[in-house]
Write a protein that binds this ligand. Structure first.
Ligand SMILES: [Zn+2]
Length: 85
């Protein structure tokens, strides 16, 4: 028996990407975050996408390259992991 998906509205079933985007946008409720963390354990694409996005965010926040966002580097990492943005 599956638990109720807190991302779902009415009979709409959100995709992995939509759930991930909600989390990364900081718009997820605690319930949604808890659900997604559970989901990540069983969903490798979500797990690697989440890890990657957090790594990129932290990289950009530290502004290690004098404040310039290494956009091409980010794109290269993403393409290597076959993530469609
Ligand atoms: Zn997933």
């Amino acid at each position: 028996m599956n638990p109720q998906n807190p991302f779902a509205s009415a009979d709409t079933r959100p995709t992995c990407k939509e759930m991930l985007q909600t989390i990364l946008d900081g718009q997820a409720t605690e319930e949604q975050i808890a659900y997604f963390k559970d989901h990540m354990c069983a969903c490798l694409p979500c797990h690697s996408s989440y890890d990657l996005e957090i790594t990129i965010k932290q990289m950009l926040q530290t502004k290690c390259c004098g404040g310039e966002a290494p956009a091409d580097l980010v794109a290269r990492i993403k393409s290597q992991l076959s993530i469609s943005a």
